[in-house]
Design a protein around this ligand. Structure first.
Ligand code: FAD
Length: 307
């Protein structure tokens, strides 16, 4: 553990104060919720840049900060540690946890580490098998719902993932929503969406979820695009719809990093304002360890979100 016992450098007067809360209680507040995502350092990479990013993000007073688990080759071993750092900065932490490639013993170890760090919130995920994967450990959980069932009654506030454009492995949206409903009925308190770039996609999905009896809060996942070419590739693989307005931005500014950053911040800010204006009360910004992006978006939202 690198951070436990090391004080966070955020100055006391900018300390936020929701550390240790349950996200379901934060979402029940009238104040619009803006939260951020951070990923732990890659294996053998230094902690200092992640620590600095956490401290800068904390100054933006997010409702909570989520810490990924093993995504994009990042070390899952550091999730509890980075989540603990988030809480030392006074911000409520959400620890991601995947189950597909972990033995039950490994999951039990992670849970113990999260409890020891006083983490109250867990995002229950299946994860993806690595391309070169050997067989998953025997007896491991095949779907996120199995992890939710295992954690139900553990005292954690539980979240899960959902997909406004359908999970890529599921042939039909109706089946995907039925699986989501099963996951929610197993004990989820809220769900967070995959990124989307057309708010109408989200509004249609939300209406379908409510019609199908999924009643928990749905947090809208917003990805500020700062690397246009990369996002085009990701969207092709995941089947995410790119509106023509968005495509025009990438075509025009995709090869100019600072112009793409400006345009990506404006696009994400407009998406968030439109969501809030239409009654959505919670957005999760995939900040990708770039606090400067979060700072610029929050500057655009200050009087909308409030202090
Ligand atoms: P599940 O809910 O298990 O669904 C996966 C697929 O199985 C879907 O097609 C679903 O329809 C189907 N399914 C579900 N239940 C059943 C059932 N009972 N029978 C048959 N089919 C079923 N990945 C990481 O590695 N680390 C992270 O930190 C991370 N964070 C994420 C955060 C968010 C907000 C999101 C949206 C995704 C995140 N991911 C992360 C990616 C995620 O792990 C992948 O999208 C993964 O492919 C699916 O995970 P899930 O939890 O949605 O799985």
């Amino acid at each position: 553990m690198h951070f436990i016992g090391r004080p966070c450098q955020v100055r006391p007067h900018v300390f936020w104060y929701n550390s240790g809360m349950k996200i379901k209680d934060l979402l029940a507040r009238a104040r619009p919720s803006v939260s951020f995502e951070i990923f732990p350092p890659r294996k053998d990479a230094p902690f200092a840049p992640v620590k600095e990013a956490v401290e800068r993000l904390a100054r933006q007073k997010p409702s909570f900060m989520s810490v990924t688990y093993g995504a994009s080759g990042n070390a899952s071993a550091n999730t509890a540690e980075v989540a603990s750092l988030v809480q030392q900065c006074g911000v409520c932490a959400l620890a991601h946890l995947t189950c597909l490639t972990s033995s039950r013993e490994r999951i039990a170890d992670e849970i113990r580490a999260l409890k020891a760090a006083n983490i109250e919130n867990v995002l229950c995920l299946r994860g993806d098998a690595p391309k070169d994967a050997a067989e998953p450990p025997p007896g491991c959980f095949a779907h996120a719902v199995d992890l939710v069932r295992a954690l139900q009654g553990s005292g954690f506030c539980l979240g899960g993932a959902c997909y406004p454009e359908c999970h890529p492995e599921c042939a039909h949206m109706e089946d995907d929503i039925a699986h989501l409903r099963e996951k929610v009925e197993a004990g989820l308190d809220f769900v967070t969406t995959q990124m989307f770039f057309d708010n109408n996609v989200f509004f249609r999905y939300l209406s379908k979820l409510r019609d199908r009896g999924v009643t928990v809060p749905v947090i809208a996942g917003i990805m500020p695009v700062t690397n246009g070419r990369q996002i085009e590739r990701i969207c092709k693989i995941s089947g995410t719809y790119l509106p023509s307005r968005f495509k025009a931005i990438v075509d025009r500014y995709g090869d100019n990093p600072s112009a793409m950053l400006d345009a990506g911040v404006v696009y994400a800010s407009e998406q968030i304002v439109d969501l809030f204006a239409n009654g959505v009360n919670a957005v999760h910004v995939y900040t990708m360890n770039r606090p400067e992006v979060a700072e610029r978006i929050m500057a655009n939202l200050r009087s909308i979100v409030g202090d």
